[in-house]
Design a protein. Structure first.
Length: 184
């Protein structure tokens, strides 16, 4: 990723390598946080879910599923052949007449989320965000050269996701989960 940032910025020497590495790490962390991941790499998560409907046979997990380690309903382990995943986030029971136990915090799911191999569009988003971080790290707030002028758009200014470039937001938003209480 750092080489792609260097190439994008036209940097051919190693004088900025430490700063570029920090920008890439920052971009990766911001994107992982937006995806509610600890990192972009595969990580194990344990989540407990409320089941509000007596006829509920599916749960939407908070993150894109890499694999499921275990599912328990009211403390009883559900065999892996009794459920399947659908559309990257859904855990569904296979049996037509099988439902999760209704109640508060009745289902526990242990699963891996993140990317064994980071998708190309997320890689591109990391590079674009790192370039954006690098370009916004100078001290200039605005500049005028002849008829051309610009005002630096600060991270955190109004805009999509705290000042991210729109393309980065569009790429990452495909992978985002809607989490109550978070304003994406």
């Amino acid at each position: 990723r750092a080489d792609n940032v260097k190439s994008f910025l036209g940097i051919t020497d190693t004088s900025m390598d430490v700063i570029i590495a920090a920008a890439v790490a920052s971009a990766e962390a911001e994107i992982a946080e937006a995806l509610d991941l600890d990192s972009l790499s595969v990580t194990e998560y344990t989540e407990i879910y409320d089941v509000e409907d007596t006829l509920q046979d599916a749960l939407r997990l908070r993150r894109w599923i890499s694999s499921i380690t275990s599912v328990t309903d009211e403390g009883t382990l559900i065999d892996a052949d009794k459920y399947y995943t659908k559309a990257e986030r859904w855990l569904c029971l296979k049996n037509r007449n099988a439902y999760f136990t209704r109640g508060s915090q009745t289902v526990t799911v242990v699963y891996d989320a993140g990317f064994a191999s980071v998708p190309g569009d997320i890689e591109q988003a990391v590079v674009l965000l790192a370039v954006d971080i690098m370009q916004k790290s100078d001290d200039k707030q605005s500049e005028t050269i002849g008829a051309y002028s610009y005002k630096k758009f600060e991270r955190g200014d109004q805009g999509e996701f705290g000042g991210w470039p729109p393309l980065v937001y569009r790429i990452v938003s495909r992978y985002m989960s809607v989490i109550p209480g978070r304003n994406y």
